[in-house]
Design a protein. Structure first.
Lengths: 170, 157
């Protein structure tokens, strides 16, 4: 079912924050369960997701805007979870949280570029001015995202919290 | 209905991934439809098997919190951002990176496959078949279906 309905990932400039699971969706999901559809499209209840919270600091200061992903590691089954980091904090609900597993954790900053990433005009102007790709380098280094060594072990315990202290200089 | 690029579970190849942002020039893709930096891809390059590899997937215009950021429409809901063919980095390159099938998330989830269906997204595989993939699919398997030559053994999905 639509447990990914509130992935509330990655805020960008002026983006609104979480909105809850809409009522119509709850009704729709209930209707589907009542209809007892064959396995496949939207009929299964989905994996149990854990509502975890946490903090992310970069060089001892809260990461103001970013995204964090929990990706099941070691070929563990289950979907990955992602949510945004706002003012150094993140929060998953039981709708979008990680599954019980050891996870590889990936953290990136957002809003670090001088223009919105989908602003074609600004992108083109910057590319023309510099003669090269105007894509800025993410201030959170690759060892925390594309080559992340961060891990988190998520269990089914209540109130789990994780703090990640990232360093841009090793 | 867009090209596929995927996240890579192995650290060495993860640079090939689009992280929901414009992809730096010179970074090769490991999916089926690739940028010029990756060279040509032909059927013989789909070594994971054409029935195990995604070709294209849905990209619904369904993001209520994705707004125009500039120009005369600034502030209005934009819903989506894709072209059939465009050199702009975000417009046609997609990734299996989480979140899969987001219903909101603004600019940062543009490169994620997503649909208006309940519980998943439709994909076309390289063999021409169409599959509905649940959003609860294992991320490991989802990533594996994204690569053309990752060598993963994924079994049924």
């Amino acid at each position: 079912v639509n447990s990914e309905a509130t992935p509330d990932e990655l805020g960008t400039k002026g983006r609104s924050s979480d909105i809850g699971l809409p009522d119509w969706l709850t009704v729709a999901v209930g209707a589907i369960m009542l209809m007892n559809l064959p396995a496949g499209c939207g009929s299964s209840s989905g994996p149990v997701r854990i509502p975890v919270t946490g903090k992310v600091n970069v060089d001892d200061a809260p990461l103001l805007s970013g995204v964090i992903r929990f990706v099941p590691a070691d070929n563990a089954g289950g979907p990955a979870a992602a949510t945004k980091i706002v003012a150094g904090e993140f929060e998953f609900s039981s709708d979008n949280g990680p599954v019980v597993a050891n996870h590889r954790v990936e953290i990136e900053a957002t809003d670090f570029q001088s223009f919105a990433i989908d602003d074609e005009a600004a992108f083109a102007a910057a590319a023309e001015a510099t003669g090269e790709s105007p894509v800025a380098v993410n201030p959170v280094p690759p060892i925390y995202n594309s080559r992340s060594t961060l891990t988190a072990s998520v269990t089914d315990a209540d109130g789990q919290s994780f703090t990640f202290d990232l360093k841009t200089k090793q | 209905m867009l090209t596929i690029v995927r996240r890579e579970p192995t650290p060495s190849a993860q640079a090939a991934v689009i992280h929901g942002e414009p992809l730096a020039a010179g970074t090769p893709h490991n999916g089926t439809i690739v940028n010029p930096d990756s060279g040509k891809t032909s059927l013989r390059d789909i070594t994971d098997g054409t029935s195990n590899t995604l070709l294209t997937g849905e990209a619904a215009w369904n993001l209520p919190d994705y707004l125009f950021t500039s120009g005369p429409c600034a502030g209005q809901v934009r819903w989506g951002f894709s072209y059939w063919s465009s050199p702009y980095p975000l417009a046609t390159a997609f990734t299996t990176m989480a979140p899969f099938n987001p219903k909101q998330g603004g600019a940062a989830v543009l490169s994620r496959f997503r649909s208006e269906h309940s519980g998943g997204t439709q994909f076309t595989l390289v063999d021409g078949s169409v599959r509905f993939i649940s959003e609860n699919i294992s991320q490991t398997i989802l990533d594996a279906t994204g690569t053309r030559g990752g060598g993963e053994v994924i079994g049924e999905f």
